[in-house]
Each structure stands twice: as structure tokens, then as C-alpha cells.
Design a binder for this molecule. Sequence first.
Ligand SMILES: Cc1cc2nc3c(=O)[nH]c(=O)nc-3n(C[C@H](O)[C@H](O)[C@H](O)COP(=O)(O)OP(=O)(O)OC[C@H]3O[C@@H](n4cnc5c(N)ncnc54)[C@H](O)[C@@H]3O)c2cc1C
Length: 383
Amino acid sequence: MDFEFSEEQRILRESVRKMLDRVAPAEYVRRADVEGRYPEELYQAFIDQGLLRMPFPEQYGGLGGGIMDFVVIAEELGRKSYDFLGAYGTCVFNGLNIAHNASEHQKQYWLPKLLSGEIRMSISMTEPNAGSDAGAMRTVARREGDEWVINGQKVFSTGAGIKNNVINLYAKTDTGVPFQKGTSLFLVDNTTPGVRLRKLDTLGRRALGTYEVFFDNVRIPADRIVGEPNKGWDYMLSGLQLERIMTTAGYAGAAQDALDQALAYAKERQQFGRPIGTFQTIAHTLADLQTEVDAARLLMLRAAWQLAQGQDALMAISQAKLFGSETYVKVANQGMQIMGGYGYIMEFDMQRHFRDARVTTITAGTSQMQRNLIAGRLGLKTK
Ligand SMILES: Cc1cc2nc3c(=O)[nH]c(=O)nc-3n(C[C@H](O)[C@H](O)[C@H](O)COP(=O)(O)OP(=O)(O)OC[C@H]3O[C@@H](n4cnc5c(N)ncnc54)[C@H](O)[C@@H]3O)c2cc1C
């Protein structure tokens, strides 16, 4: 058993951290959050530093890194801002899904565009009546000659409205069979005629933004279907594993940052003539939180390692996702308690963690859905 990252991965982590401190100081993070401003300069730095290319195969313009490199980057981005990780990670996990499932021609066409920054990617699975029950989606794509014609509506499509974005859209292509056999994946430019976007106002994660997307007789060329028709459900499941690993690495980084802030405050803040961190109740809370963040991180690394080895990582990913998100929520909540009234003030960053953390037990599969999956693997039927 080896608990060490490689020398290259240590250098990678250090270089991401330095780049973030240079391009995205605290004031930059605050502005992006308060103004709902997409971190364009940071995205350019991802491109310049080769971070987008890192986990992709070399023949498509990548650097030939793997899942462990991806989680090193994701953890560091999450430490700075969970929302910034979304800007990077959503493009990467959708791109990796294409690398794993698309035709050779599609990989050659789409991946270099993504890795050079010419396009970005978002994912649209969720619909107003199909959240946890994604198979209930009603958006349909019908083949007409050399085109697919798409009608329907998606909701909560994070980053869908960003410039040069290509929506990775899941839609039904055969409504006469179970959803597992009649769903397909399409690549749709967000400027295609008939696509309408509406940005939703959210409590947190405001820089990237999440959107309602309406498809009204949207016509796309036949070759915009990824891989094979009606195989989209399998593609979605494999893509979700990548998404959950990415988000879970981000939770570990974000929770550690929230904890670091609470700890620094507890050492600094004096009440009753002594630092509040010397009150046993606060010291023990911080000790418990650090233990839980470490546990979340280890669960994440185990899941990433299993995925990187090509093992069945489904249960480990769900466990890491469940525990990591709930730990981030807990740390942000307790961090605010430790910071007293100042934790609630917009000038301090704990309130952003509190808002950003709250959605992590909902997105990428709710905590209840992760528990359903884990219980299922334990041989318990939850339906
Ligand atoms: C900020 C944000 C960003 C998002 N980004 C994206 C994105 O980029 N792309 C995308 O496709 N989606 C995205 N989502 C959607 C997200 O994945 C869904 O919100 C999530 O899957 C839950 O679906 P829902 O909100 O419809 O809740 P519902 O499925 O209606 O669930 C409501 C409640 O019921 C519980 N529940 C439902 N079914 C069960 C069950 N079988 N057993 C036990 N409990 C159950 C849930 O756990 C939850 O507590 C995003 C959501 C948010 C808020």
C-alpha cells in the first residue's frame, strides 16, 4: 500500500496552487460570486497551464495523465472555490466521457477543440419532472433525413449559457422501450436556433450559473449523436462516475479551506482574555472536523484509485460522494458557528462556503440516492 503521490503529482499540485493564488486571489473569488461573473481569466489560465489537457490521451491533444492527476487538480480548485472547480471539471468530465464513448472521428473532431479552449461543455440530464428519476426525461430527438430534431426542456444545466458552450444533451430517441435502451447523447451548440436559455438565481455557485434550457424544433446534423444511438444511458452512467469523483475531490479541498479559515479564526479571536480555540468545546469541534475531512479525502482517494485501476468503483464513489458532501456541509456550518457573527458577514468567506456547500448533497445525485445505491450493494432493496 502506497499513500504517496508521485513527484510529478506533487509538482502539479504546487503549480495549480501557485497559479490560483496569482490569478484568483480572495477578491477575485468574491467578485465572481457576488456579481455572478464567469471566471474567464482563470479559464484562460487552465488552458495556458495545460490543466485541461492533463487527463486526456496524447493522440487527442492531451498530456496522457490519469484520474489521479484529475483529482489533484480538482481538489486544489475546490479549495479555492467549488464553483471554479465546476468551470474546469464540467468540461473535463464531459470531454473524458466523449474520449471513452464517442467514435474515433468524433474524438478527433471534438477533443482538440475542447482542450484548446475553442469550446466548453456542459451537461443536461435533469428536467422539471426528471431529477433523481432521470429515466423519466421527456426531451425527445427524432431523426429526419440527415438531421436530428430535438424538442423538450432541461433544468439546472450548469454553465449551459457560457460563451462557445456545447451542451451534452441526453434525450429519448426511442420512447417505445425502457429508458435504458432508448436514450442517446447529443452535442448541441448553445447558439443553435431553437435553443433558449434562462439563467436561474441561486443561493450559491453563482459564477458559473445554472440554466433552464428549452429546445424548440432544434435541428442538428446527424453526426452530433455521440457513439451509437440508444446507448446514452450507459454513457451517462460512466460519465456520472467521473463527475462524482471530480465533485468529491472538490468537496475535500473546499472543506479543508473552510476548516483552515475556522481554525485560523479560533487561534486569533480573543474572548474572556484568551483565544476561543483554547476553549475545549471549540478545540474538540475543530479536531473532529479535521478528522472527518481527512476521512472524506481518504474515501475520495480510494474511489479515484479504484476507478484509475479499472476496478468496479461504483460503491466507493457513492460512499465518497455521500460522506464528502455531508462533511463539507458540516464544516461550513460549524465553521460559521466558530466564527460567531463574523461568519455571517459577507466580508468573510465562510458564508460563501456555507452557500456553496449546501447544494453538494443535492447535485450529482442526492445523498438519499447515494444511500440507496450503497444499500443496494449491501443487498438491501430500497424501492
Ligand atoms: C446548482 C445545481 C446545479 C446542477 N447542475 C446540473 C447539471 O449541470 N446538469 C444536470 O443535468 N443537472 C444538474 N443539477 C440537477 C441535480 O442533479 C438535481 O437537482 C438532483 O439530481 C435532484 O433532482 P431534483 O432536484 O429534481 O430533486 P428530486 O429528484 O425531486 O428529489 C427531491 C427529494 O426527494 C428525494 N428522493 C427522490 N427520489 C428518492 C428515492 N428514490 N429515495 C429516497 N429519496 C428520494 C431526493 O433525495 C430529494 O431529497 C443541478 C442542480 C443544482 C441545484
